[in-house]
Design a protein around this ligand. Structure first.
Ligand SMILES: Cc1ncc(COP(=O)(O)O)c(C=O)c1O
Length: 343
């Protein structure tokens, strides 16, 4: 506010996460920071978070709002909020006005989670007075595995991983509600602290990676390839039908399909890197270190194994980890040996 005043600047505040959660009665940032809402030129928010509906709002001066009504595509070229969504958001707003104790409970729950996490030595990053609490876990693969482990205990916490955040800023993100009980929060933090220690203490077996990623990364074959780069098209894998008699097939070519050869596998691996990095194929050497030289992080490496494993129906030995495959050459040697491609 002070900077705004000093520079006579125009202020836009996105209160998507603060409406219904911050301030004593859930009125968002102005209430939390004890500001005059009229000092915010454009105050925007969503109806899709605390208010449990869909759509959003823009609040501002009468002139500005009038101007937006006549100039923004959302008003000119599309239908208004459906009556159902409007009714749901209105009901939520009324509840918020009538039952501010829900907001107080939410804030108590968030504080409890934060306190317990800090007591356990967990890294809560920039968490402050909001019910969206991150637990920083070090890297993307730890976040994915931890989230999966917790889900198997009945605790659903979404991982935020690269490229949404830097790899070393990967985290689990808690969304606390007023309906969580103290017991649930305590159990969650206990489980998280326990599982995090286990996940961090070991290099992750590739077999686990495959199960984490299966179904999450669309296979090249599943996509409509019409608008894709040549690299992606070149990476076409055999279909499950083609694999059914265990005779492995090469990528489709204009002359039909043939068994995978050494060259097919090499081309496939190089094209994977080309697609991930945008490097020209001649730049990608089979013995280059995937992480240090080619910038392939563990998630991408795991995705490569996910694709290869699924299509060649290989589940790597429990004691193999991504660290056992520093370059494409090790991947090549391993797959070739498993499926009987002459090196
Ligand atoms: C800061 C912020 N603003 C706006 C939105 C938009 O929400 P929606 O598209 O659900 O209305 C989001 C959603 O995550 C958000 O995090």
């Amino acid at each position: 506010m002070e900077i705004k005043r000093r520079h006579d600047a125009f202020l836009l505040v996105d209160d998507a996460h603060a409406i219904g959660t911050m301030g004593t009665t859930g009125r968002g940032s102005p209430e939390f920071f004890d500001l005059d809402p009229n000092e915010i030129d454009l105050w925007v928010g969503t109806l899709s978070k605390a208010l449990g509906s869909g759509g959003g709002f823009v609040a501002g001066s009468r002139e500005l709002v009038e101007y937006l009504k006549f100039s923004t595509p959302g008003f000119i070229y599309t239908v208004a909020l459906s009556p159902g969504s409007a009714g749901a958001a209105l009901a939520a707003l009324r509840l918020l006005q009538q039952q501010p104790q829900r907001v107080a409970k939410l804030q108590r729950n968030a504080r409890l989670l934060l306190e317990l996490a800090r007591q356990r030595g967990l890294d809560t990053g920039p968490a402050g007075d909001t019910p969206v609490v991150p637990i920083m876990v070090g890297n993307s693969h730890t976040a994915l595995l931890l989230s999966r482990r917790l889900l198997s205990r009945g605790i659903d916490i979404q991982p935020i991983v690269y490229p949404a955040v830097e790899n070393d800023a990967a985290r689990l993100r808690f969304m606390i509600t007023a309906r969580h009980s103290e017991e649930q929060i305590r159990r969650t933090i206990d489980a998280l602290a326990e599982d995090l220690k286990e996940v961090q203490s070991e290099s992750v077996p590739i077999a686990q990676w495959q199960s984490v990623l299966s179904g999450k990364s669309p296979m090249p074959l599943d996509r409509d390839r019409s608008g894709e780069s040549d690299a992606a098209a070149n990476r076409q894998m055999p279909s499950d039908d083609q694999l059914s008699d265990a005779s492995l097939r090469a990528p489709s070519t204009s002359t039909g399909q043939h068994d995978w050869t050494k060259t097919d596998l090499q081309d496939y691996l190089i094209n994977f890197i080309v697609e991930q990095t945008g490097y020209p194929p001649e730049f990608v050497e089979m013995d280059a270190d995937m992480e240090a030289d080619l910038g392939i992080d563990s998630i991408k490496k795991a995705q490569l194994f996910g694709e290869l494993g699924q299509h060649f129906e290989i589940t790597p030995d429990e004691n193999l980890t991504l660290d056992d495959f520093p370059s494409l050459q090790e991947v090549f040697d391993y797959i070739a040996a498993q499926v009987g491609i002459e090196a």
